[in-house]
Design a protein around this ligand. Structure first.
Ligand code: AMP
Length: 405
C-alpha cells in the first residue's frame, strides 16, 4: 500500500510518499511560496535524480497537481498512475477536545477542523485547504488526519485547566492542549522499545526541541503534562518564541510601548526567545558558534534556554514522582551535544550520569547517552512524524477495508 503524507501550511506543502509494505520512503519534497507566480518546487525520489523548478502555484489545489505531476514524471517519477496512491495522511495541528486519535476524513471531521480555526488560526485553515486540494485532485482516495494535540488528550484536568474563571473553559475551551504530540508519542515508545522496558510502566520526559520546543511528562504510556498550552507559545524558551512569561507583561508592555494586539503577538512569537536575548539568531547552531567565540549575549541566551528547560524536567520528575528515561529529539535535541551536556551536568542530583563520549558522537542513530551506572537513562531518538502519520493512515485504511469485507 502506498501512502502520501502531507503537511500543508498556508504557503507551503511538504510531502512524502511511503510504500507501507516495507515503510520505505519512495519520494519526498515540498512546494514553497504557494500563492506566488514564482513558487518553488522540490522533489527527491529515492535513488533517482530530483527536480527543482519555479512555477506559478496560486493555490493548494495546483500545489497538489504539481506534486502528483512530479510523482508521475516520465523521467523522475516513482508512480505510473495516480491509482497507485492508496490513501493520503495529513498532519493537523489542532484537534481540540474532539479528537484523541487519528480519524478518516468525512464531512463531520472537516466541519470540526473548521470549528477549531479559532484555536489554531495559522495552521488549521491551511490543513483544510490541503484536504480539499487532495479531494479536488483525487476524489476517490481516502484521507486520514493525524493531530498534534491527540496524544496529550490523556492529560488530567489538573494539568490541562488554567486557574482562571471556569466560564472561559466552558464557553471558549480555553485550556492546555499541548502540541508535538505525534513526536512525543513516537520517540517515547521507540525509546522504551530500544531499552526493552514496558512503555506502560515507565516515567518518561521527552524534550522535542527544534524551532518550536516542548517537553512532555509521560507516565505509564500516557501524556500527563506538556509545556505548550492552548497555543504553541507557552512553555519553553524557543528560537523566536518567549515561552512562559508573566501574563501581566502583555498589558503593561502594550501600554508603555503603545503596541497593538497584533504587535504584541508578533513580538512574543517572532521576536523573542534566543533571537531576542542573543540579538544574533534564533538558530541554536549560531548561538553556540557565537558563544564559543566569546559573545556574552549568546552565552546568556544559551544559559536561559538550558535553565528553563531544566526547570521543566525537574517539575515533570516531581509531577510523576520519579523519572526513568529522558529523551531528546528534534533539531536541537538530536544535534546539540552542548545543550544536552549542560542540562545533564545539572541533573546529577536525580542520579543521572551522562556518558560524555557517547553524547558527543556525531550520529543520526537512536542511541543511549547515559552511563551504565546512571539511574536515569538518557537517549537521543530522531523524531519521525511523517512515519507515524503514514502508519496511522495505513492502520485506519486496513481496518476500514476489514469492516467493509
Ligand atoms: P526542527 O524544527 O526540528 O527542524 O529544528 C530546527 C532547529 O534545530 C534549528 O533552528 C537549529 O536551531 C537546530 N539545530 C539543527 N542542527 C543543529 C546543531 N547541529 N546544533 C544545534 N542546533 C541545531
Amino acid at each position: 500500500m502506498n501512502i502520501l503524507v502531507i503537511n500543508a501550511g498556508s504557503s507551503s506543502l511538504k510531502f512524502q510518499l511511503y510504500n507501507m509494505d516495507n515503510e520505505e520512503v519512495l519520494a519526498k519534497g515540498k512546494v514553497e511560496r504557494i500563492g506566488m507566480e514564482t513558487a518553488i518546487l522540490s522533489y527527491d525520489p529515492a535513488e533517482r535524480q530530483g527536480i527543482r523548478e519555479v512555477a506559478e502555484v496560486l493555490e493548494h489545489t495546483t500545489a497538489i497537481q504539481k506534486v502528483l505531476g512530479m510523482l508521475m514524471h516520465k523521467d523522475h517519477g516513482v508512480l505510473s498512475s495516480m491509482k497507485e496512491i492508496d490513501a493520503v495522511g495529513h498532519r493537523v495541528v489542532h484537534g481540540g477536545e474532539s479528537f484523541s486519535s487519528s480519524v478518516i476524513v468525512n464531512e463531520e471531521v472537516k466541519r470540526e477542523i473548521r470549528r477549531l480555526f479559532d484555536l489554531a488560526p495559522l495552521h488549521n485553515p491551511a490543513h483544510l485547504l490541503g484536504i480539499q486540494a487532495v479531494e479536488n485532485n483525487m476524489p476517490d482516495v481516502p484521507q486520514v488526519v493525524v493531530f498534534d494535540t491527540a496524544f496529550h488528550q490523556t492529560m488530567p484536568p489538573k494539568s490541562y485547566l488554567y486557574p482562571i474563571p471556569m466560564v472561559l473553559y466552558k464557553k471558549h475551551q480555553i485550556r492546555r492542549y499541548g502540541f508535538h504530540g505525534t513526536s512525543h508519542a513516537y520517540v517515547s515508545e521507540r525509546a522504551a522499545a530500544l531499552i526493552q522496558k514496558p512503555f506502560d510502566k515507565l516515567k518518561i520526559v521527552t524534550c522535542h526541541i527544534g524551532n518550536g520546543a516542548s517537553c512532555a511528562a509521560i507516565l505509564n504510556g500516557r501524556s500527563v503534562d506538556t509545556s505548550m498550552g492552548m497555543t504553541p507559545l507557552e512553555g519553553l524558551m524557543m528560537g523566536t518564541r518567549s515561552g512562559d512569561i508573566d501574563p501581566a507583561i502583555v498589558p503593561f508592555a502594550m501600554g508603555k510601548e503603545e503596541l497593538t494586539l497584533n504587535e504584541v503577538n508578533s513580538m512574543l512569537n517572532k521576536h523573542s526567545g534566543l533571537m531576542a536575548i542573543s540579538g544574533i539568531s534564533g538558530d541554536m547552531r549560531e548561538i553556540v558558534r557565537a558563544m564559543e567565540a566569546g559573545d556574552r549575549n549568546a552565552t546568556l541566551a544559551f544559559e536561559m534556554y538550558e535553565y528553563r528547560l531544566r526547570k521543566y524536567i525537574g517539575a515533570y520528575a516531581a509531577a510523576m514522582n520519579g523519572l526513568d528515561l529522558l529523551v531528546f529529539t528534534a533539531g536541537v535535541g538530536e544535534n546539540s551535544a552542548e545543550l544536552r551536556e549542560a542540562l545533564c551536568r545539572n541533573l546529577t542530583f536525580l542520579g543521572l550520569e551522562l556518558d560524555e563520549h557517547a553524547n558527543v558522537q556525531r550520529s543520526d542513530a537512536e542511541r543511549v547517552i547515559s552511563t551504565k551506572e546512571s539511574r536515569i537513562q538518557v537517549m537521543v531518538i530522531p523524531t519521525n512524524e511523517e512515519l507515524v502519520i503514514a502508519r496511522d493512515t495505513h492502520r485506519l485504511i486496513l481496518a476500514r477495508e476489514e469492516d467493509v469485507v
